[in-house]
Design a protein around this ligand. Sequence first.
Ligand SMILES: [Zn+2]
Length: 391
Amino acid sequence: MKRRKNKSLLAVFVISILIIAAVVVALHRKNEKNNPVPTDSYTPIPTGTEPAQSSAAPSTAAPEEPKPTDSLEIRTDYEDFLPNEAGEIPIIMFHRFIEAYEPNTDKEYTTTFEEFRALLQTLYDQGFRLISMQDFIDCNISVPAGTMPMVFTFDDGSSGQFNLIEEDGQYKANPKSAVGVMMEFHEKHPDFGLKGIFYINMDIGDNTFKGQGALKERFEFLENLGFELGSHTWGHVDYSEIHSKDKVLESLGKNQEKAEEILPGLRFYSLALPYGSRPSDESLRPILQKGNYNGMEYYHESIMAVGAAPSAPSISMNYDSLYVRRIRAQGRVAVDADLTWWLPKMTAERMFISDGDPQTIVVPLDKAENIDEQKLNGKKFISYDNKSAKE
Ligand SMILES: [Zn+2]
């Protein structure tokens, strides 16, 4: 009797241990999945906030493969929601952010925090979701099925884009900065994404993201949030005025060298051309991508232009990694070919509509010829008959 009681006690004990272990493993895996989303307030995407076109049908969960975030929603009923992963991806270019316009504020390159906040809501409501520059380069598109990937880029490292303030002995992003506004938006809409790349000029030293904290701490803070850093040259060089190979090498090698000096391991894999200009001597253009200056090697997987249209995705026949088009965010005044002008033109027919699965490239049959199969890099290429679907 006593032995039986001991036995059942042992059984209860063993079962309890197993349950606790299962819970611990589940929690751990959930944490892993949520990385690198940094905020405490991150919650998995509520399915009710999906844009209308993808909310109708139930999602088809893919087997096995661990997914990068809980928000990933994959669908394979292509005829119903018409994914097009040969479509264009808008890469938005931002410059300065301020609290309020002043009479002498430039017209096209500055926006207010309030307008930026409203823009985020508009983009979200229209079904855009942020991806990183690295995922754009690799065409690893992890936005929910039916939504459209978008890239945010910020040039010049101005303090309105990002700066640190000290609060209770700790650094935090100034809520009156683009990053602060994005963090606030991300708390309400975690599925929008908290992504973007900052193109910086190391020659301006401490003036990059001017504010509290050392330069190194500013860079680390951004990287910990999941943002990226790119090169904008040493000296904000206008390459249309450069005719010497050494000058080009110096402008890029020195920027890379200084970046690594400030934050060891920081490698720029993307370059934004100041003014969008390239050397008129075409033989100098390859060294914008790859070169060596005093033993410091640099390699830019993508090079950003300035204007003025959405970009082809990197797996497209039409993609040129050495001159990637961007769209300028609207400034104080709306002008042709800025983001406000483009928004109504970025229709489902021309844009990249994701199937939710970064491992597949899904395109309508009549767009299949746009995909460069050499660039698929192990991804599965699927084309479907969209014409018969519509009948
Ligand atoms: Zn610039």
